[in-house]
Design a protein around this ligand. Structure first.
Ligand SMILES: *Cc1c(COP(=O)(O)O)cnc(C)c1O
Length: 472
């Protein structure tokens, strides 16, 4: 023990001081380029890393000598690279389109451009250009949201929309604004957990509303709601069963049935629709998914949806509904705590405009949903052919992509993937090497092989993936 400690002492002693290094000609040159502060910070970082290696007993005297000699090169490389961000773009080769861990929907070019122009300068976030007076930020997306949902001219006398941080916040806010200390009737089949700790019964309780559960897990009928409604009832709540499905002996009223029931009982119907799917998209396995247009056309009083699921926009939550209900939501002080920033409005506005002008293929989400399996297969073959080597076997296999993000649990999209195996590296090691590539590539393992589904990889990154595989 003692000898090791002395050895370490000796190594620590060999480390140069920051001041010594600052006097060397190479470092002086760097100061000329990057300024003294940045160079000092970079040197300190390098010295700290060396100290750590010494304290872990990870470095020999010779290796340390080498690192000390090349410290100015290392510092120079670090300064050239710029800061190492924690948040960085990754290549999603999992085939999960709305991957929550990977940031859900990528944004369109128009959304990115609009964010940049709005953020680079000042903007009219809460300023009315006509009158020159202060205004509210929630006017920005409102008319556009309504028009996208088929409400003529975005009529704000009968309808309204507000934007908050996410759908969970939208649901919470609506419950608090419309049902605090009063009862909300929900089917036991819809008391769901969405993921990330969003559980309907808990959200309801925290919002101050009182849960009135009716029916059973598999069957709930109109009569169950009727029996539960009393003078304390504030809302009927319908929740989209986003991430699971039950089959067999199941029953629940149709959306139309619920709307009629709510009208008869004189209680507003609030729907947590979740996915934000605007209208039907054919041939991508989403045929059984409820759409926002359907909700509004059928007569739901208030609906909550996510911005970064099937709408294909930024993370946010939309509350859309009857003008009088939205007015109550606007008066609630919680709206201030859940409000979104100008970047979100910019991205949302651009996304909605693309939905409205029918340019849905401009949204990366739509492109990924609709791309032909044959097209993906062709790209997979090109990638496999380009990277196959003595060490790497690469074959093309049929797979199924999924929509993900807690939407459409049964939707499967026919796709293709490159399945790779390395002569020496196991699948887990291979997967890790790809994750640590720059930019990181995220794949998955199936039957001991690393599988890269190209549906979720933008075409221009095929080459990047090829480069990563060649380096293995
Ligand atoms: C996804 C989802 C939510 C949560 O949405 P976030 O935008 O992630 O907060 C809530 N309700 C339903 C039905 C959902 O599908």
């Amino acid at each position: 023990m003692e000898r090791t400690a002395t050895g370490q002492e000796e190594l620590y002693r060999r480390l140069p001081s920051v001041n010594e290094l600052l006097l060397t000609p190479d470092v002086e040159k760097l100061i000329g380029i990057y300024g003294r502060d940045r160079v000092v910070a970079a040197i300190r970082e390098n010295l700290v890393a060396m100290r750590e290696k010494i304290s872990c007993g990870e470095i020999s005297a010779e290796a340390l000598e080498g690192e000390i000699c090349s410290i100015s090169d290392e510092v120079s490389r670090g300064l050239q690279r710029g800061p190492e961000y924690s948040l960085k773009p990754v290549i999603n080769a999992t085939g999960v389109i709305l991957h929550t861990n990977l940031g859900r929907a990528p944004l369109s070019e128009a959304a990115l451009a609009h964010i940049a122009e709005v953020a680079r300068d000042y903007c009219n976030l809460e300023f009315d250009l006509e009158s020159g007076e202060r205004s509210k930020r929630d006017v920005h997306a409102e008319r556009l949201v309504l028009r996208v949902l088929g409400i003529a001219d975005g009529d704000v006398t009968r309808w309204g929309a507000v934007v908050v941080n996410n759908c969970a916040a939208a649901t919470f806010l609506a419950l608090n604004a419309l049902a605090e200390k009063r009862e909300v009737v929900v089917s036991r089949g819809e008391l769901v957990e969405i993921g990330g700790g969003f559980r309907i019964p808990e959200i309801l309780e925290k919002s101050g509303a009182i849960l009135r559960e009716v029916g059973t897990t598999n069957r709930t009928r109109a009569a169950d709601y009727e029996h539960a409604v009393n003078e304390q009832t504030a809302l009927l709540l319908r929740v989209h069963q986003s991430n699971f499905s039950i089959e067999g002996f199941v029953e629940r009223p149709s959306l139309k049935g619920m709307v009629e029931l709510a009208k008869t009982l004189g209680v507003p119907l609030f729907e947590d629709q979740g996915t934000g799917l605007v209208s039907r998209i054919d041939g991508v396995g989403l045929d059984d998914q409820p759409t926002l247009r359907e909700s509004i056309e059928t007569g739901v009083d208030l609906v909550a949806a996510s911005g970064d699921k099937l709408l294909g926009g930024p993370q946010c939550g939309l509350l859309i509904g009857r003008a009088d209900l939205i007015a109550k939501v606007r008066k609630n002080p919680l709206l201030r705590t859940f409000r979104v920033d100008k970047l979100t409005y910019a991205a949302l506005e651009a996304t909605l405009l693309e939905c409205l002008t029918g340019q849905t293929d401009a949204l990366p989400l739509m492109r990924m949903l609709r791309v032909d399996a044959e097209e993906i297969e062709r790209r997979c073959h090109a990638l496999a052919d380009a990277t196959r080597s003595e060490n790497l076997s690469a074959t093309v296999i049929p797979v199924e992509s999924v929509v993900g993000g807690g939407t459409a649990p049964n939707a499967r999209l026919k796709s293709y993937a490159v399945s790779i195996r390395h002569r020496r590296l196991g699948a887990n090691e291979l997967l890790k090497k790809l994750r640590l590539f720059d930019p990181p590539i995220v794949g998955r393992i199936a039957e001991d092989m690393v599988v890269l589904d190209l549906r979720t990889v933008p075409v221009h990154h095929d080459e990047t993936v090829a480069r990563a595989l060649e380096q293995l």
